[in-house]
Design a protein around this ligand. Structure first.
Ligand code: SAM
Ligand code: SF4
Length: 453
């Protein structure tokens, strides 16, 4: 495995979208085209499955130095209400595009730190959203909670408006690692919030764990998983630390590259961690997610309904996802659009009745076919082009690029289909890269992607 890691560990996308953001054709994109693609998608999505909403809440009280998320560090809680009012105004602008009341199948509050906001303000936000929408019967409402500031009142207030799933950022329990990433977070805090969520009635609690962090050793990863096992979360995201120090203002320069575990060491952390999770009854879902038998993510994977979007893996396969808030990305299946990242600029545009986009991409027919293959690979570890609707004229050159991976036993190619073998699963991003035609034509000039392994 080690030499395979050396061979295939290259910078590569995480494929939360295809085409990936650096390859969006932003010059031919326009707000008008985006609105037309939302209209088209809404028709299909709303009646069949409902739509998804992602709401970005960007504030955090303190900076974790490993963090690659878009956030604003502040202790000013007077920013909460004006921001929420802008999000509700943005929702009103989208509602004007819809020709019937939207049905919300999936709603996710992400960040930053949603629990930076008071329970009353979060309730105000959700009530405002639901004033212009209906909730699907089987709706899935979820949020990201910080174990250091999530209170019983947060959990209760969000439960009362329909939330049943919560994920908590754990990362690692070791003190040296926690100091390096500027995130001191005792086990007790995670234990409390997990217990409260269960007592209140949440049916899916998830923990985020990361391997490959600065100063992190194999024993720390093992210890973190052992402690996590005591709390038995329904889902675990076992992320590879994405080292992206070139992102503006993300503070990852607080430690050196030499403080990070080397490629092979990092891979061993993943391999051993994965083995432990499997031994403790978790099932691997796509890339870097694990779930207990009872969790609906596992059922979605088994039924072939698993979907991947900017929120990560989801069991709700909706066609339209509207992203509200600064930096949020929306997905209409026919196109992507991203909001401006700066909070003040976001608020100004919305106040002036403008959907606050700053870039986007409309998918060509070819993009849509490749996107389907990449989703199949990321969600089911296999794909097929025997159906003419999924045929690509470039398939021979794509398979040529996978020859070496086939010889290494990572993939099996048969007439009209491709399967990623158990041994090849850690390299799923590399397989997707072979299908990524724009990436094959031209690697980006600047550093944009973290390493694949
Ligand atoms: C928005 S945070 C979760 C909510 C809350 N802000 C917190 O930190 O608990 C989302 C998650 O993304 C993951 N994450 C952030 N930066 C990362 C990076 N550079 N590499 C891998 N995972 C990262 C962390 O596991 C984190 O819990
Ligand atoms: S990990 Fe969470 S709390 Fe820390 S800076 Fe990132 S978003 Fe904020």
């Amino acid at each position: 495995m080690c030499s395979l890691v050396q061979k295939y560990n290259v910078p590569g996308p995480r494929y939360t979208s295809y085409p990936t953001v650096p390859f969006w054709d932003i010059d031919t994109f326009s707000g008008k085209k985006w609105e037309a693609s939302v209209k088209k998608s809404f028709h299909v999505s709303n009646s069949v499955s409902g739509i998804s909403l992602y709401i970005h809440l960007p504030f955090c009280e303190s900076m974790c130095t490993f963090c690659g998320c878009h956030k604003r560090i502040t202790k000013r809680h007077d920013l909460e209400m004006p921001y929420i009012k802008s999000v509700l105004k943005e929702w009103k602008l989208y509602s004007a595009i819809f020709d019937e009341k939207p049905i919300i199948k999936e709603l996710h509050l992400g960040g930053g730190t949603p629990t930076f906001f008071t329970p009353e303000h979060l309730k105000y936000l959700i009530d405002g959203i639901l004033r212009k929408a209906d909730k699907a019967n089987d709706a899935e409402f979820s949020f990201e909670g910080h174990p250091n500031n999530t209170t019983k009142e947060h959990l209760q207030a969000l439960y009362d408006v329909g939330f049943r799933r919560v994920s908590f950022g754990v990362q690692d329990y070791n003190e040296t690692v926690q100091k390096a990433i500027n995130r001191i977070q005792p086990f007790e805090n995670v234990k409390n919030v997990t217990k409260w969520a269960r007592e209140i009635g949440y049916n899916s609690v998830s923990h985020d764990i990361i391997f490959g962090l600065p100063h992190q050793k194999l024993e720390h990863v093992i210890n973190t998983i052992e402690k996590t096992k005591e709390l038995k979360p329904d889902r675990i995201a076992f992320y590879s630390y994405a080292h992206v120090p070139w992102l503006a203002g993300n503070g990852q320069r607080g430690y050196n590259d030499a403080d990070l575990p080397a490629g092979d060491e990092k891979r061993t952390q993943y391999e051993v961690g994965k083995e432990l999770l499997l031994n403790y009854g978790y099932h691997e879902i796509g890339m870097d997610h694990f779930a207990l038998e009872s969790d609906r993510l596992l059922k979605a994977m088994q039924n072939g309904d698993l979907h991947r979007n900017f929120m990560g893996y989801t069991s709700s396969n909706t066609h339209l996802m509207i992203g509200l808030g600064a930096s949020s990305i929306s997905d209409s299946w026919y196109g992507f659009a991203q909001n401006v990242k700066n909070v003040e600029e976001y608020q100004n545009l919305v106040e002036n009745d403008i959907i606050p986009l700053y870039r986007g991409h409309i998918l060509s027919e070819e993009d849509q076919i490749i996107r389907r293959h990449i989703l199949n690979l990321m969600c089911q570890f296999k794909t097929s082009w025997s159906d003419f609707k999924l045929h690509l004229p470039q398939i021979d050159s794509i398979l040529n690029r996978l020859k070496e991976m086939e010889e290494d036993g990572l993939v099996t190619i048969t007439e009209g289909s491709l399967r990623i073998n158990e041994k090849g699963r850690p390299f799923v991003r590399n397989v997707c890269m072979a299908f990524d035609l724009p990436l094959q034509k031209k690697s980006p000039d600047t550093k944009l992607f973290s390493m694949t392994v």
